[in-house]
Write a protein that binds this ligand. Structure first.
Ligand SMILES: CCCCCCCC/C=C\C/C=C/C(=O)SCCNC(=O)CCNC(=O)[C@H](O)C(C)(C)COP(=O)(O)OP(=O)(O)OC[C@H]1O[C@@H](n2cnc3c(N)ncnc32)[C@H](O)[C@@H]1OP(=O)(O)O
Ligand SMILES: Cc1cc2nc3c(=O)[nH]c(=O)nc-3n(C[C@H](O)[C@H](O)[C@H](O)COP(=O)(O)OP(=O)(O)OC[C@H]3O[C@@H](n4cnc5c(N)ncnc54)[C@H](O)[C@@H]3O)c2cc1C
Length: 664
């Protein structure tokens, strides 16, 4: 029945103030108001309809994406939306588009790596969308190994220009979003060559297409790289291929904040680390962590609401069957994901702060926190995207058969999300960067240099190598210090074990290769510690609202003890806890699940997602799942006719043949 809230009894069970939790989730009252207003604006505008996209062919889908992007831009201008509001609007449209790369990477690359004059020239054009840009780094032959890129930018002192060239097939740019069909410009990464000397990879602004007829400029071959995983998913994006044949650009289009080439062709390096050329990746990795919490919370919201609606078994004397959310196995799979969504939200907030802090320091020429910022953004990007991709798939399974229908929203969410484990740095490659940082930190411990930031705990080396958990009963695991110490000791001991093993090899490089699987595990342990500790820090803040802090304390314990249970082998083998303490943690976890249960629906309501944004029949706010599933089925294009196309051509002759054979 329309208008009935089937989940109302669940909502009435909540033991906390949902509206206050919405503020905590959004980050502030102001952020909540902006997000809420823009989400409703998108949901109520039929131009942003998205329920038909999985049935569209690639060309229609792409055109539909362009239409939405143009309409969104029109609305942004008409409503005079500010930067934050515009960003929210694009994200609620929920359809990857060239604009993501224009605003998310092209503009930040110019801001971060362009000189003041370059910013003055290019940013106003980009802000008004008079040019559209992409970020073209990856090539057919190299993505992870940025130093292995082959595109060249050779300085010609005769003409004061760079000649951009793709010397081999493998040097073609391959993957950049927005490049395939739309971008007029790109920040192109190429090896800078002056006077025959190779100075490594640098960024250049290159015009790719005419601003009049959109045709590629002379010397440029460009197109889309083809269909990707899923149906709609990331196929709304024109990931592209690009080949340069001696394309000339003026010297002042090399991004010259980090290093310069003079009129005479002299290469000058500013007094800044060369890694700043990688700055845009650090910025985007940081945003990807917050986006992980959004993607995971969407999947969890769908699976939680549906688990409260769905009933299987357990009917006695005609009573209703059991809601599947009441099965302990369902809770043990679902609630850690709910807790993870909150955990990633808070670590994302903290990472944003860290990024802003390092940016301020860089402006003041303080580069001391750059390695920490790189390690944290790389490690947390890896940890949160892997957990989110796995979590979305788990949510699909939690919804049984109906989770496999596109109308559940989960297949689309999964297909569009999984490349996050690869783009902006393959997750394993990034964890190896964290491991390098950890090994460096451990190796410096004896030198008197105190570790700082997220590795500060390693400064308590002696204690962490010796400590034994003093947990005696299950409820001891609710004490934040007990949990923190166990996670710190485990992470530290795993790093120290790797560092010791590295010394057994003839060279550190050989050791690093041989031990890379162990190093990745040590990096994961360190990153999990960061997430747990930032959740605990969040709880030290003043959090208003009836019962809100208590719910977050429960979720924090669920997150930590779930990890402890899942990785108990690490905790036991490093001697941080005993088998008895491990089973006490599991006992506590079971009890926490029972505390989450009455609040589960309200905890996902706190994400404040509109039905439009969720795009899921199973996750509907009102829980009216079955009639809507039935309705959706009839909307499928296959049901446009009773007898399908192809029946008379293929099936009927077959049937007739069978009939004739039978008569013989
Ligand atoms: C606001 C909205 C945002 C919307 C965004 C939309 C998202 C749209 C979706 C997709 C877009 C996708 C885009 C892309 O994928 S762009 C391409 C991304 N590519 C990568 O991420 C490549 C991954 N590889 C690397 O980052 C590097 O090559 C490397 C880190 C793996 C290795 O680099 P290399 O030069 O070989 O370095 P070394 O290992 O030799 O290390 C040297 C030294 O430098 C340190 N370091 C490395 N990277 C950084 C960095 N980024 N910042 C600071 N420092 C860095 C490294 O730790 C070493 O330090 P040392 O040990 O002290 O010497
Ligand atoms: C949807 C999508 C959008 C993208 N958008 C852009 C964009 O806008 N601009 C852009 O420039 N690029 C873009 N990319 C490219 C992306 O950044 C790269 O694909 C990514 O960095 C991974 O690099 P790769 O493809 O070279 O993987 P590879 O490095 O070839 O990885 C293959 C395998 O090798 C392993 N491996 C590699 N090196 C090591 C090592 N040292 N040790 C151990 N294992 C290793 C990896 O773990 C992986 O399992 C996009 C990619 C995708 C999928």
């Amino acid at each position: 029945m329309e208008g009935v809230d089937y989940l109302a009894p669940e909502r009435n069970n909540a033991q906390f103030d949902v509206d206050e939790m919405k503020i905590v989730w959004a980050g502030s009252r102001e952020a909540f108001e902006v997000s809420d207003r823009i989400a409703r604006l998108v949901a109520s505008d039929p131009n942003f309809r998205k329920d038909d996209r999985t049935t569209l062919g690639r060309k229609e889908l792409f055109k539909n994406t362009l239409r939405k992007a143009a309409y969104a831009w029109k609305r942004i201008i008409e409503l005079r939306l500010n930067e934050e509001e515009a960003k929210r609007l694009r994200s609620f449209i929920d359809q990857p588009a060239f604009t993501d790369l224009h605003w998310g990477m092209f503009v930040p690359a110019i801001k971060g790596q362009g000189t003041d004059e370059q910013q003055e020239k290019w940013l106003p054009l980009a802000y008004k969308m008079q040019i559209i840009g992409c970020y073209a780094q990856t090539e057919l032959g190299h993505g992870s190994n940025v130093q292995g890129l082959e595109t060249t930018a050779t300085f010609d002192p005769q003409t004061d220009e760079f000649v951009i060239h793709s010397p081999t097939l493998t040097s073609c740019k391959w993957w950049p979003g927005g490049l395939g069909k739309i971008s007029t410009h790109g920040v192109i990464y190429a090896r800078l060559i002056t006077d025959g000397k190779d100075h490594g990879v640098h960024g250049f602004i290159v015009q790719l297409r005419s601003l009049d007829d959109h045709l590629p400029l002379p010397g440029i071959t460009v197109g889309d790289i083809g269909m990707k995983f899923g149906n709609a998913a990331y196929n709304t994006m024109d990931n592209g291929v690009l080949r340069f044949d001696h394309v000339r650009i003026p010297r002042n289009q090399m991004l010259m904040r980090v290093s310069q080439v003079t009129r005479e062709g002299k290469y000058v390096q500013s007094n800044v680390p060369r890694q700043l050329v990688y700055g845009t990746m650090v910025f985007v990795r940081q945003t990807i962590v917050s986006d992980a919490s959004t993607a995971l919370s969407r999947a969890v919201c769908i699976a939680t609401r549906y688990s409260a609606v769905r009933r299987q078994f357990g009917s006695h004397n005609g009573s209703p069957e059991t809601q599947v959310i009441n099965y302990k196995t369902q809770q043990a799979r679902l609630f850690p994901l709910l807790a993870s969504a909150y955990a990633f939200r808070f670590v994302g907030e903290w990472l944003k702060w860290l990024y802003m802090d390092v940016t301020k320091r860089l402006e003041a020429k303080d580069f001391s926190t750059l390695p920490e910022a790189h390690a944290c953004t790389a490690g947390l990007k890896s940890l949160t995207t892997s957990a989110t991709a796995d979590g979305i798939e788990e949510c699909r399974k939690l919804c049984g058969g109906h989770g496999y229908l596109c109308s559940s929203g989960l297949p689309e969410l999964f297909a569009v999300y999984v490349p996050a484990c690869t783009y902006e740095g393959d997750n394993i490659v990034l964890l190896l960067q964290v491991a390098r940082h950890l090994m460096k930190t451990v190796s410096q411990l004896g030198s008197g240099k105190m570790p700082v930031g997220t590795t500060a705990y390693m400064g308590r080396a002696e204690h962490l190598m010796q400590c034994r958990s003093d947990v005696k009963q299950a409820k001891d695991w609710l004490r934040p210090n007990v949990v923190l110490e166990a996670f710190e000791a485990r992470a530290f001991r795993m790093s120290v074990a790797c560092a010791k093993n590295l010394t057994k090899f003839s060279s550190p490089e050989e050791g690093f290769q041989e031990l890379s699987a162990d190093l990745v595990e040590a990096a994961v342990a360190h990153c999990q510690l960061i997430v747990v500790s930032k959740f605990i820090e969040k709880l030290q803040q003043d959090i208003p609202g009836k019962g809100v802090k208590q719910q977050l304390e429960i979720l924090c314990s669920v997150y930590a003890l779930f990890l402890l249970h899942k990785h108990h082998g690490d905790f036991l083998s490093t001697g941080c806890i005993t088998p008895t303490q491990a089973s006490l943690a599991n006992e506590q976890l079971r009890s926490l699940y029972s505390q989450v249960r009455p609040n589960a629906i309200a905890l996902v309501d706190a994400f404040n997602y509109t039905d439009h944004y969720l795009g899921s029949v199973l996750g509907r706010y009102d829980g009216n799942v079955y009639p809507k599933l039935y309705e959706e089925a009839w909307k499928d294009p296959l049901n446009d006719s009773v007898v399908p196309d192809g029946y008379h051509e293929y099936v009927r002759p077959m049937l007739k043949q069978q009939l004739r054979n039978a008569r013989l």
